[in-house]
Design a protein around this ligand. Structure first.
Ligand code: F6P
Length: 343
């Protein structure tokens, strides 16, 4: 069998580890051949492929990003029928029998539509946001949180020297997992998530209390935190999947706090894409490798239309369609468990 691998959507530490495990296991256990499609669905539509063999993938375990490149190209943007026909024609032209799609909600949504139309496909979920409902965790999240915590630790030390409030904005459009875990691990005094309304007066009160006892306030917020009641949106066009680009939540919070706390010195750091880059953590390398192995076994055993998923400590295959059903946001009990305490 000739298998085409693609990585779509925002990149994520661990993508290369999935590719490596899939190619090594597919070649050695099942005699599969592999090609890589460049830049996600763009490569599929345009027939832009590179060979993927054992020698190419072996060094990839610790390499950040994706060697295949990624894009937010949506093959279904002119309708599912046209998209399926274009993908099918390209696969036939290239002699590719099946696809391994590694991606988040959007990429796996396209994979689901292809599966429903009879195109052989399996998936592996990725996103640093950790917001896919069909898996307990996605690789990339652990690395992103560690990077954000390292940054917060450094920012906290300079904040303490200058008696400043340090504001740290992290990724997370609709799900605040990165902010929640970063805030907890870095000992933030305030953590603001997209899931919860923001009480600016309460945040200001915490800042005053922390300063009054001689500490420097550390505030972690998601880019999607509704500081002024709604997401802060950049004046930019939506992408091919209809997503707006967020931006400015940290600046809004900064302005509001300065108004509420006279004389307050603040510094805002927007970590942005920093947390998406770099070498995957050990935990992410393991999860990504297990997802790659599981997806290839599924392909060999004819479990098409499924994706690798972590359930407890086991990796199992679940229907691709489940990945995109509901966004896994931070539940109330996770907010409540750390709320109301003076950290
Ligand atoms: O991968 C998801 C994500 O990290 C979001 O948290 C963020 O809003 C988005 O990607 C930004 O991606 P890009 O700038 O690459 O479009």
């Amino acid at each position: 069998m000739r298998v085409g691998i693609l990585t779509g959507g925002g990149d994520c530490p661990g993508l290369n580890a999935v590719i490596r495990a899939a190619v090594l296991a597919g070649t050695q256990r099942h005699g599969f051949e592999f090609v890589g499609f460049l830049d996600g669905w763009r490569g599929v539509l345009e027939g832009d492929v590179v060979p993927l063999d054992e020698a190419r993938v072996r060094p990839l375990l610790a390499v950040g990003g994706t060697v295949l490149g990624s894009s937010r190209t949506n093959p279904m943007k002119d309708g599912v029928e046209a998209g399926v026909a274009a993908v099918r024609a390209s696969l036939e032209r290239l002699g590719v029998d099946a696809l391994l799609a590694i991606g988040g909600e959007d990429t796996l949504g396209v994979a689901t539509a292809l599966h429903e139309a009879g195109v052989p496909v399996v998936g592996a979920p990725k996103t640093i946001d950790n917001d896919l409902s069909a898996t307990d965790a996605t690789f990339g999240f652990d690395t992103a949180v560690q990077t954000a915590v390292d940054a917060c630790d450094k920012l906290a030390s300079t904040g303490a020297s200058h008696h400043r409030a340090m504001l740290v904005e992290v990724m997370g459009r609709h799900a605040g997992w990165i902010a929640l875990h970063t805030g907890m691990a870095a000992g933030a005094h305030v953590t603001l998530l997209p899931e919860e309304p923001v009480d600016l007066d309460a945040v200001a009160e915490t800042v005053r209390t922390v300063l009054a006892r001689g500490d420097a306030p550390l505030i972690v917020l998601s880019e999607g935190a509704p500081v002024l009641g709604d997401h802060a949106v950049k004046d930019a066009p939506t992408d091919a999947f209809g997503h707006v680009q967020l931006g400015g939540a940290g600046e809004q919070l900064d302005r509001e706090l300065q108004q509420r706390v006279p004389g307050l010195s603040t510094r805002l750091t927007v970590l942005g894409h920093l947390v998406r880059g770099g070498s995957p953590s050990a935990a992410d390398r393991v999860l990504a490798t297990r997802f790659g192995l599981s997806a290839i076994t599924a392909l060999a055993e004819g479990e098409l239309g499924t994706m690798a998923s972590l359930r407890g400590t086991d990796v199992v295959q679940v229907p691709l369609a489940d990945a995109t059903k509901v966004l896994r946001t931070v539940p109330e009990h996770r907010v409540a468990e750390s709320a109301g305490l003076s950290w």
